[in-house]
Design a protein around this ligand. Structure first.
Ligand code: CP3
Length: 341
């Protein structure tokens, strides 16, 4: 049996460790040829997400092939709107698409509450299977999208640069927006608690489009729901990653969560000033991994020294890009690991 690696759990519990743990957002899928080999045999992304044996296999790949200090369950944030009654498709080279969107009270009234063991059984089964297959080698991370980010997809029906429909709803129909955000929040709380019951040891909340909100909208629509999730989700430390909202870290620092993600736009010294008490996760620019190995190692060293010793989970400042060479990812991971020896 391999020795147990609980570095991530220890850092999130505020303990001192010889080096930071390292994992990458979007490490499962995307970059590994071994992932693409499995994916090419299937009808599509959803078949992979919805087949627990395959989701488990793909979750373990970065642990075995890259040597990361944590596994993140292979799934997607969009399974939650689907479980509420709004199915999605992943269209090749286009991205996620929702056939129906939420634009009115009548649309909203067609949504329903989420029962994870019923509507998201495949995630729960994949979580149980993966936790058991990991056998304690590294901690298992579960996740969900933050309410605002899920709201964006449910209102727009797909990706967007400006999220203008979603922001329009906040401004023009605040009561409808609040109601939808509250329903997503409740679904997210039961979903994350169910993930913990199924074996998740750490949770991450992805607020990928937090940067689309100004300070007032963020305060009114996002913060109270993030706070409620932090308070109601129990049994595992929570990492809140609000991308594009580094300038809001002073507000995010009022959340009772174990750690805050730092995106690659945010200077580490400013993040430390704004959230002095939190463990911080991040934040190398993923595009550094397009450089040479020497450049990757140098930038990783710089990131480590910027964060300083302790209170740090090494990661990129957003998800790893699909066309990055896995060897550069290995160099990033290796450099973090060497910092402790
Ligand atoms: O981190 C991991 O490796 C675990 C799995 C994971 C996926 N999506 C798998 C996936 C996680 C944590 C996510 C989160 C997610 N999904 C976010 C938040 C993180 C972020 O990047 O900001 C968002 C915004 C989504 C929505 C989504 N799902 C988009 C925009 C796409 C299109 C393509 C892409 O890769 O971003 C997806 C599909 C998706 N989710 C893929 C993977 C591996 C691509 C699937 C494939 O083509 O095989």
């Amino acid at each position: 049996m391999t020795a147990k690696n609980d570095l991530l759990l220890r850092v999130l519990a505020g303990e001192d460790t010889p080096r930071p743990p390292v994992w990458l957002m979007r490490q499962a899928g995307r970059i590994l040829p071994e992932y693409r080999a499995i994916r090419s045999r299937l009808s599509g992304f959803k078949e992979l997400v919805e087949t627990p044996e395959l989701a488990c296999e793909v979750t373990l790949q970065p642990v075995d092939l890259l040597g990361v200090d944590a596994a993140i369950l292979f799934s997607d944030i969009l399974v939650v709107p689907e479980a509420m009654g709004l199915p999605y498709q992943l269209v090749e080279k286009v991205g996620p698409r929702f056939e129906e969107t939420i634009g009115s009270r009548a649309d909203l009234d067609r949504l329903h509450a989420v029962e994870p063991e019923e509507h998201l059984r495949y995630v729960m089964d994949a979580m149980r299977m993966t936790r058991s297959a990991l056998d304690g080698r590294v901690p298992l991370i579960g996740f969900a999208g933050a309410p605002w980010t899920i709201f964006c997809y449910m209102v727009e029906g797909g990706g967007s640069k400006e999220w203008s429909k979603a922001r329009r709803m906040l401004r023009a129909e605040p009561a409808l927006a609040e109601d939808l955000l509250d329903r997503i929040t409740e679904a997210t709380i039961v979903y994350l608690n169910a993930q913990v019951a199924a074996g998740a040891q750490v949770l991450q909340l992805f607020d990928s489009w937090a940067g689309a909100l100004d300070a007032a909208l963020f305060e009114r629509y996002s913060m109270p729901r993030l706070r409620r999730i932090c308070e109601e989700v129990k049994g595992a430390p929570l990492i809140v990653f609000a991308k594009g909202a580094g300038w809001q870290l002073n507000r995010l620092a009022s959340l009772p969560c174990a750690a805050l993600g730092v995106d690659w736009h945010t200077p580490v010294s400013e993040a430390r000033q704004r959230a002095p008490k939190h463990v911080l996760q991040g934040n190398m620019d993923p595009s550094v991994l397009y450089g040479t190995e020497a450049e990757v190692r140098e930038a990783t060293q710089r990131m480590l020294s910027d964060f300083g010793h302790g209170g740090h989970v090494a990661n990129l400042g957003h998800g790893v890009y699909p066309d990055i060479n896995p060897d550069r990812v290995r160099a990033f991971i290796d450099e973090v690991k060497r910092s402790g020896s």
